[in-house]
Design a protein around this ligand. Structure first.
Ligand SMILES: NC(=O)c1ccc[n+]([C@@H]2O[C@H](COP(=O)([O-])OP(=O)(O)OC[C@H]3O[C@@H](n4cnc5c(N)ncnc54)[C@H](OP(=O)(O)O)[C@@H]3O)[C@@H](O)[C@H]2O)c1
Length: 298
């Protein structure tokens, strides 16, 4: 039996099975992406672990997973049930706040940079112009509070870090708005979609590419990454139905007609200037969406 220590890859991916985690796995495995902005074939060595092998609530499992020799830890794990968090705020905090604190402490101990993802929900949603990266955090729901606390703990940890806030994620896989609307458009004659929440959709693959580019180009601190442009959920749904060639009617409605446990921000457009100054303009959401729908069909 070999006594050689296991080689530690420079990249460590947490939650390769989630919506964003799958996008990072595909990126590092050199697979052709839906977004077509990627050069396929370039493989990058990485290690990865999913829950429950790695549980962010458990310092010892983090310690076993994140080993010296790793230089960038990519955290795609989170408690992401926005409505569930209203009833289970302690569970959301255990992963999104304290768990991030534990992970940051481990990254600091092994000298790795932590690429962490956060959300537009850390802001109050009352603005009428895009939220800059240094806008004050004022979350309006339990999930947003847990993510904001995670940001604070990471900032205070002394670890080297890059926080990437994003919004309205979608991908060719998993349960997400694009999948829901594309399915519903085939099954129902009409769909009602809220037209009073404004934000920026984000392709998970595009997010993985842009945030990894930020990390490797030395960006540190807080950045925002989304698709380019902005829209309401109604606009987004209308474009999904149009691109799918479905005959379903899309009808606008208000958030008041769709009461959910967690309050959603009316305006959550993230300002992209800091990211665009390094990486250039963001790709329009209509283009990323068309690519994702094409990949979803194939
Ligand atoms: N989805 C969005 O629209 C959106 C918007 C803004 C920001 N974000 C942020 O983007 C990041 C990625 O989101 P996503 O949509 O890709 O999430 P996702 O698909 O829900 O994946 C989250 C992953 O975290 C894992 N996880 C849950 N609890 C864990 C724990 N205690 N320890 C380790 N892993 C755990 C889950 O495992 P199980 O499946 O086994 O539970 C799942 O694989 C998150 O930070 C999220 O807050 C997402």
């Amino acid at each position: 039996m070999s006594t050689e220590p296991k080689r530690v890859a420079p990249l460590f991916l947490i939650s390769p099975d989630g919506m964003l985690g799958r996008a990072f796995s595909a990126l590092f495995e050199g697979k052709a992406g839906a977004s077509r902005t990627r050069i396929p074939g370039q493989r990058l060595p990485f290690d990865a672990l999913s829950y429950p092998s790695l549980d962010l609530r458990d310092a010892s499992s983090i310690e076993r997973a994140v080993q010296p020799g790793c230089s960038l830890v990519i955290n795609c794990a989170a408690y992401t049930d926005v409505d569930g968090a209203e009833q289970h705020e302690a569970d959301a905090n255990a992963v999104n706040a304290e768990g991030v604190g534990l992970l940051a402490a481990r990254c600091r101990a092994v000298g790795a940079c932590l690429l962490h993802f956060s959300t537009d929900y850390v802001f109050d949603g009352r603005a009428s112009t895009p939220y800059p990266v240094d806008a004050p955090r004022a979350p309006q729901n339990a999930y947003g509070r847990s993510k904001a606390r995670g940001e604070e703990l990471l900032e205070a940890s002394g670890a080297e870090y890059l926080i990437v806030r994003t919004s309205w994620l979608y991908a060719p896989w998993g349960k997400n708005f694009v999948d829901t609307i594309a399915r519903a458009a085939r099954e129902r004659p009409a769909l009602r979609v809220v037209n009073d929440q404004r934000g920026r959709p984000t392709s998970a693959e595009y997010l993985a590419e842009r945030s990894f580019a930020l990390a490797t180009q030395g960006a540190r601190g807080a950045y925002h990454v989304t698709d380019g442009g902005e829209c309401t959920w109604y606009d987004f749904a209308s474009e999904i139905v149009r691109l799918e060639g479905a005959s379903a009617r899309v009808e606008p409605c208000t958030s008041a007609e769709f009461v959910r446990p967690a309050q959603r921000p009316a305006y959550s457009v993230l300002d992209l200037a800091r990211t665009e100054s390094l990486l250039g303009p963001s790709r329009p959401w209509q283009e990323n969406l068309a690519d994702v729908l094409r990949a979803r069909r194939s």
